[in-house]
Design a binder for this molecule. Structure first.
Ligand SMILES: Nc1ncnc2c1ncn2[C@@H]1O[C@H](COP(=O)(O)OP(=O)(O)OP(=O)(O)O)[C@@H](O)[C@H]1O
Ligand code: SF4
Length: 308
């Protein structure tokens, strides 16, 4: 059975598209594997699977083995570096053209979600992160039903809900949280993305929207607030193209100088997304400390859920 060797399954959900769900999934996956965990990412965002692009593996070809589809390896575990393995399976690998959105009707989508949960051969994994379609659509309901059927109760750790300050102001996030409560999926916490803007000239973060809504809403539902993530244009360039983030001289994050080192290649020459350089570049992004704290909080929430 494809999920039998997975220890913890974490869903990444959002009530609305484009709020940064795939970006958060990617960062959680990288931070978990940097912390030594073996990680799988299952991308079933049928509205436009973007995970392969974010890991720089869009052209990878999945193969079929007797145990099921074999996920693509982003990198193997490296015990000397203390990093865990990272593997990815995405619906994007099966689409005829990269970047296509799936236009199937409900039953076919539902069948595909079921197949993805049962026919991907995952080796031993500490964490399987599932990037889900936005909203509380048919796919969601099908995913929740299938997971509850296929996963052991001790495997399904819960959901991380991603929102933006604007989505908090609408009914979308509350709908998503209510969806989790209704379907019996534990909420590990809420992330508020795109809450401010990191200036490319001085790296000062300005809160361009009214902030704090995500935290208040998390409080209303009695769930953990996992933090606020500002918009960093360098993160966008990195995640979309694999190019190294570049910060002005003297940029400090948590007391660490992350400004572009002298002699670093020009952006045009720096688009290779091999796993090692990608991880190095993510570590050099101003958002890295926020994502690694978020990951530590998710790990603690999963541990608490296991004890409950
Ligand atoms: N904090 C951030 N700073 C800069 N860019 C960001 C940030 N978060 C997300 N983005 C960018 O915003 C866009 C949308 O993000 P992403 O694809 O992660 O959203 P999503 O919720 O998964 O979208 P979809 O609903 O289409 O699956 C991407 O181009 C991503 O690189
Ligand atoms: S200090 Fe930074 S954020 Fe403020 S105006 Fe200058 S460049 Fe923009």
């Amino acid at each position: 059975m494809s999920l039998s060797k997975v220890k913890h399954i974490v869903l990444v959900l959002s009530g609305k598209g484009g709020v940064g769900k795939s970006s958060v999934t990617t960062q959680l996956a990288l931070s978990l594997s940097l912390a030594g965990h073996s990680v799988g990412v299952l991308d079933i965002d049928l509205t436009g699977p973007s995970i392969p692009r974010m890991f720089g593996i869009e052209n990878a070809k999945v193969t079929q083995a007797p145990g099921g589809w074999l996920p693509i390896t982003v990198h193997e575990a490296d015990p000397t570096a203390g990093t865990g393995s990272l593997r990815v399976m995405s619906l994007g690998f099966l689409l005829p053209r990269r970047g296509d959105a799936v236009v199937w009707r409900g039953p076919k989508k539902t069948a595909m979600v079921r197949q993805f949960l049962s026919d991907v051969f995952w080796d031993e994994l500490d964490y399987l992160l599932i990037d889900t379609p936005p909203g509380t659509s048919d796919e969601h309901i099908s995913l929740a039903e299938t997971l509850l059927q296929k996963a052991r109760p001790d495997q399904l750790a819960g959901a991380v809900v991603v929102t933006t300050p604007q989505a908090v102001a609408t009914a979308d996030v509350r709908k998503e949280l209510n969806f989790c409560i209704k379907t019996g999926i534990r909420i590990l916490g809420v992330v508020e993305n795109m809450c401010g803007f990191v200036c490319p000239n001085c790296s000062e973060c300005t809160m361009i929207f009214s902030s704090g809504g995500g935290e208040i809403m998390a409080g209303d539902f009695g769930v953990q607030f996992l933090g606020s993530v500002p918009i960093d244009p360098q993160f966008l360039v990195l995640i979309e193209t694999g190019k190294r983030p570049r910060y002005p001289e003297g940029t400090l994050v948590n007391g660490q100088d992350i400004s572009t080192p002298a002699g670093a290649p020009h952006i045009e020459e720096e688009s290779i997304k091999d796993a090692a350089s990608l991880m190095q570049k993510y570590r050099a992004c101003s958002l890295a400390p926020i994502f690694s704290k978020m990951t530590a909080d998710v790990v603690s929430a999963v541990q608490r859920a296991n004890l409950a």
